[in-house]
Design a protein. Structure first.
Length: 284
């Protein structure tokens, strides 16, 4: 596996593959890779001759009081994992390489609507940072397809919308969430949890599946069902920011709908966890 840190070298290598007619799958990450990330690489392998990953902890998508400085940076271990997953090229640029003119006055990509609810309401500017860096990475890599985890459901929706609106010539592929045995979705931030917090963290998934089961069982009092689970999680030590039922496109659900997504963000101590489950129901 090649590890490349500069845009010039990246262009040189990708140009050679493209001239040889090879399709390129791309999985952008912030590193500290776990099984969920490796699934993205495996999916990429199935769709393309070449798999490119990036590792870049993007300052643009972190708020002033968030964890940019302490976000785990584990390049050597990540390189070994990507090598093992059959990745062809890792692009691991510095902040200066990604934003050579600095970040003041940088052109931003903003996807209205879908970025203003749920995560967007609690992390103002976050999705502008994500959309902008993903747009830059797409311009640099020019992949045929790009893979993103469904764990960040809203992020995936934002990227799909950006790709559609800006007519980007690539396919976006969502990859299902990987979970630990107790249901906790794999995330680089899980390692911030203390042992006691980790023992409780699976309760988030239990609340999501409780709502999902109620939906498949025919309940449609969305707000009451959500509030029950917000209360349950808050009572056992979480600080729930949102737990909502939405349509798959994140619109407001209707009783006649047959597909839903239940999304949650909750703090456990200092760690902010997000998760979601998708629910398909029989028509009522
Ligand atoms: O999901 C992530 O790790 C990041 O938001 C992404 C897509 C790599 C953009 O920085």
């Amino acid at each position: 596996m090649l590890t490349i840190h500069t845009v010039a070298e990246l262009r040189l290598q990708l140009g050679a593959w493209r001239r040889a007619g090879e399709r390129i799958a791309f999985a952008p990450t912030m590193g500290n890779l776990h099984r969920g990330h490796l699934r993205l690489m495996e999916q990429g392998r199935q769709h393309a001759e070449r798999v490119v990953a990036s590792i870049f902890v993007n300052p643009l998508q972190f708020g002033p009081n968030e964890d940019f400085d302490r976000y785990p940076r584990t390049l050597a271990a990540d390189q070994a994992a990507l090598e093992g997953a059959g990745v062809d090229l890792l692009f691991a640029p510095s902040v200066a390489e990604m934003y050579p003119q600095g970040r003041d006055g940088l052109t931003l990509v903003r996807v209205p609507g879908v970025t203003e609810i749920l995560e967007g309401a609690f992390r103002p500017g976050h999705f502008d940072g994500v959309a902008t860096v993903v747009n830059i990475l797409f311009n640099l890599v020019q992949p045929d397809l790009a893979l993103f985890g469904e764990k960040d459901y809203q992020q995936l929706a934002v990227i799909r919308r950006m790709v559609a609106d800006l007519r980007m010539p690539l396919q976006v592929v969502g990859v299902p969430t990987e979970r630990d045995a107790d249901g906790l979705a794999l995330s680089s931030r899980n390692q911030y949890l203390s042992a006691a917090e980790r023992a409780r963290a699976g309760e988030i998934h239990r609340s999501l599946t409780t709502v999902a089961d109620a939906l498949t069982g025919g309940r449609r009092d969305f707000e009451a069902m959500s509030q029950e689970q917000r209360n349950r999680l808050n009572t056992i030590g979480f600080d729930v920011q949102y737990l909502d039922v939405r349509r798959p496109d994140l619109g407001v659900p209707q009783a006649s709908d047959t597909a839903f997504v239940v999304l949650v963000a909750a703090k456990l101590g200092n760690t902010r966890l997000i998760d979601n489950v998708q629910v398909a129901c029989r028509p009522m």
